[in-house]
Each structure stands twice: as structure tokens, then as C-alpha cells.
Design a protein around this ligand. Structure first.
Ligand code: PLP
Length: 446
């Protein structure tokens, strides 16, 4: 496969962009990233004219794939041609907010922002403003965007910034605990409960997972938050409008968070974030409340048009049936392939998300419990070694993934997640043929 143009573009990029990219993960592919020319359905065509089946899908936002349905395209084009933005409200923002409030059980009111990071920053500020407390509980290995409060590693007693440039005093207010460990959550609350403003958690760990909550885990977090007067924040930046369909993961799991952060799909492929939740909390944002929150581009008309039309398209078509069925097929197919080629590895995922975690060879082989993606089922014989939290993915064979497996998949014409930590996303543009071809590529590459 000729990839000379990608190679020389990366060479040029290294001189003017740090690491040759505008977001770190894009530089992960070895030996250099694929520069994209355009997308088509579930595929992308690179700068050299090579076509790939694309499971990156913009890192999650492209639920409908690369081709916008006519209604989305028309809305985007007409908004852009009527002047891209105004700094004044539009009807679209109201309609989009009404749509989200109608479908997501815990959301009564919402503030749109421009990225998932901005959403989690604002949600943390809101929780602190509402409770008058400083501490935030997060999950070890979780990711909530490039922000000071959550780029923290370590444990309850020794939190420290996970990036240069963050004062240690930020980390002092963050309590990292292991996901799916209710006792660790109880201990954190026993020790710091009166200072905890919120627990910030993905309903299903999708960024560094994919790990399902063990039965009762979120209920424990809910109870602890209720008992101590803290808020439960669900980060649905990835899972929102992907896991559980229009009700999001919280609807599927039957959990009622106080605040929810969104991003990715609700912008229909354009920059977006949002903070939704109970009116009593969301109204604490300025101008009604004291928690300052603002943004020149927030509620951008083109984004609102793309997001709203995308969600309306999902409501009126078989989008979730299609993507979830392909997700099931690919997880089932991968399970069979692993049984022959790499029995120590683990298929994970749910709905339209999938991944193979390169769990290490001293882990016991899979059995039937994992047939459609490991569900962290405590009755499974492999429960002790299956990945139950983001940090478990860190212990996997990430180098083998990056250096051997992924480059071989590229050769086979398939783009999977740019590193072992990110997930793969099925879109409405994907077909059963794409699934078949991808499974063949896995067979070759594993
Ligand atoms: N929260 C989660 C769970 C994410 O996966 C991400 C990004 O992938 C973010 C927040 C940050 O979103 P953004 O990259 O739009 O700032």
C-alpha cells in the first residue's frame, strides 16, 4: 500500500504542529498517522487515495457515519449560508434542548458548550458552586477531557497531577478511586464525605474500557451521594446517544444522576459539549445563578442544526437497531476469532462500541460468557482476570497493539482505534460486508 503522501504530510506537520497533530491520540499510530482526504459511509479515503473501513468514526461523534443524511446536510448548509453565528440566541438551541430534555430521563434543563472538556470543567464548577465543597471523586484511569481537575493520577491518599503544568493544589481536591470497587467509594466518603462536591463517572467506562458497572455499583454511588449531600455526575460524552439509544446509558442502566455531561454525538460531527440535569442545579449557572459559565461559540447554530437533525434522524429511522446489530455481529465474530488466534485476549463492548483488549497470556482463556463482549459478569470463570476498569487496559499488551497489530490492520485496509485505550465505533454507514472484511483482517493481523 502506497502511503507516501501521509508520510510526507506528517513530515511537514512535525515542523509546525507539536507532535504533528492537534490532539495527542492522533499521533499514536505507528509509524505515522493516516492523513484523511474524505469520508464515505463507513469508510475514509486517505491522502494517497487508499480506502479503509473506518471504525474510529471521529472518536465517536459520527453515529451516522461520514455521509450526512440529506436532512442534516440541508440544515447545516442553510445555517452556514445564513451567517455562521450571531452571539444571540436562535430557535435551534431551544429545539435541541427540548429534544434532549424529552429523551434523557434525568435532564430537565441543559447548557450547550463547545467540547466535552468544557462540559466536564463546567459540571465540576457547578457541583462545587452548588455544594460549597471542593473535592471531586473520579475513577482511576478514567478520562474526562484535558482539564486540571481530572488529569490526576494516584489514589485517595496520594493524588497528583498526571500532566506537567497543573499545580499540585488542583490534585489535592481530586480523589481517584478504582471503578467498580464499592468499598473504595465507601472509604473515600467515610474519610472525606463532608468535603465531596461530586462523583464524576462514566456510566459505562468507555474511554479506557470498555467496562460495565458491576451490579449495584452506580446505586452505591447514588446512595453515598445522597447520604453525604454530594452530586452524582454522569459523563456521557461517549455513551450519550450511543449506549441505550436516545435515553442514553443512564436510561438503559436505570440510574438517575444529578448532572450529565454530553459531547460528541449531540453536535452531529461539529464541536460540542453540554451540561444537563435537574433544574435546581443547572439553574445555578449564570445568568440565573452564581456559577459563571459562558462561551462565544456556545449553542453555535451550525452545531445545533447538525446535532438536532442527527438526533431527529435517529428517532425516525432504524439507526440504533442497525448499529447495535452490527456491534453484536462484530463482537460475536471477534470472540470466535480470538478462541482460535489469541484466547487470552478479551472482546469488550456494548451497543455499537467494540474493542479487543490485548489481555496478557497468563490470563485464562475466554469461555461462553464472553460471547458478545465481556460484561464483567461475576459468575464468569474468567471474572478475576477480565478488565473491570480503565486501569486494567493499561496492563494489557499495548505495545503489541501499537507496533504490530494496528499497522497490519492498516495494511489490510481497516482503521481501528488509534491506541489500545480508545474504543471502536459502529456507524449507520457501516454494512455487514464491512463487518465481514474487518473480521478477516483481524484473523490476519492477530
Ligand atoms: N469525557 C469523556 C468520557 C471523553 O471520552 C472525552 C473525550 O474523548 C471527554 C470527556 C472530552 O471531550 P472533548 O475531547 O470533546 O473535549
Amino acid at each position: 500500500m502506497n502511503r507516501d503522501t501521509s508520510r510526507s504530510l506528517y513530515d511537514r506537520a512535525l515542523s509546525v504542529l507539536p507532535g504533528g497533530v492537534n490532539s495527542s491520540v492522533r499521533a499514536a499510530p505507528q509509524p505515522y498517522p493516516t492523513f484523511v482526504e474524505r469520508g464515505e459511509g463507513g469508510h475514509v479515503i486517505d491522502a494517497d487515495g487508499n480506502r479503509y473501513i473506518d471504525w474510529v468514526q471521529g472518536l465517536g461523534p459520527l453515529l451516522l457515519g461520514h455521509d450526512m443524511p440529506e436532512s442534516v446536510q440541508a440544515a447545516v448548509q442553510s445555517r452556514a449560508s445564513e451567517g455562521p453565528m450571531y452571539g444571540m440566541p436562535t430557535e435551534l438551541e431551544v429545539e435541541h434542548a427540548e429534544f434532549v430534555c424529552r429523551h434523557v430521563p434525568s435532564v430537565e434543563m441543559i447548557r450547550f458548550v463547545n467540547s466535552g472538556t468544557e462540559a466536564t470543567v463546567s459540571a465540576v464548577r457547578l457541583a462545587r458552586g452548588v455544594t460549597g465543597r471542593n473535592k471531586i471523586v473520579v475513577m482511576q484511569g478514567g478520562y474526562h477531557g484535558a482539564q486540571e481537575n481530572t488529569l490526576v493520577e494516584g489514589d485517595t491518599d496520594h493524588p497528583k497531577p498526571s500532566s506537567a503544568g497543573i499545580p499540585g493544589s488542583f490534585a489535592e481536591h481530586t480523589i481517584p478511586i478504582p471503578f467498580n470497587d464499592p468499598d473504595a467509594a465507601r472509604r473515600a466518603f467515610e474519610e472525606h464525605g463532608d468535603d465531596i462536591a461530586a462523583v464524576l463517572v462514566e456510566p459505562v467506562q468507555a474511554n479506557m474500557g470498555i467496562a460495565h458497572p458491576l451490579e449495584g455499583y452506580h446505586e452505591t454511588l447514588e446512595e453515598l451521594c445522597d447520604d453525604y449531600g454530594s452530586l452524582l455526575i454522569f459523563d456521557e460524552v461517549i455513551t450519550g446517544f450511543r449506549v441505550g439509544g436516545l435515553q442514553c446509558a443512564q436510561g438503559k442502566l436505570g440510574v438517575d444522576p444529578d448532572i450529565t455531561t454530553f459531547g460528541k454525538i449531540i453536535g452531529g460531527g461539529f464541536p460540542v459539549g453540554a451540561i444537563g440535569g435537574k433544574t435546581e442545579y443547572i439553574e445555578q449557572f449564570s445568568p440565573t445563578g452564581d456559577v459563571f459559565q459562558a462561551g462565544t461559540f456556545s449553542g453555535h447554530p451550525v452545531t445545533m442544526a447538525a446535532g438536532l437533525e442527527t438526533l431527529q434522524f435517529c428517532a425516525e429511522n432504524d439507526v440504533y437497531d442497525h448499529v447495535n446489530e452490527l456491534g453484536r455481529q462484530i463482537r460475536a465474530g471477534l470472540t470466535d476469532i480470538l478462541a482460535d488466534h489469541a484466547p487470552e485476549y478479551t472482546v469488550v463492548g456494548t451497543d455499537s462500541i467494540f474493542k479487543v483488549v490485548f489481555t496478557r497470556s497468563d490470563d485464562p482463556p475466554q469461555d461462553d460468557c464472553c460471547a458478545n463482549g465481556c460484561r464483567q459478569d461475576s459468575s464468569c470463570s474468567r471474572f478475576d482476570s477480565c478488565p473491570k476498569r480503565g486501569t486494567d487496559v493499561k496492563k494489557a499488551e499495548t505495545e503489541r497493539y501499537a507496533r504490530l497489530f494496528r499497522p497490519e490492520m492498516v495494511e489490510q485496509g481497516v482503521l481501528v482505534s488509534q491506541n489500545q485505550f480508545e474504543a471502536n465505533f459502529v456507524s449507520y454507514g457501516h454494512t455487514e460486508d464491512d463487518v465481514e472484511e474487518t473480521l478477516e483482517a483481524y484473523k490476519e493481523a492477530l
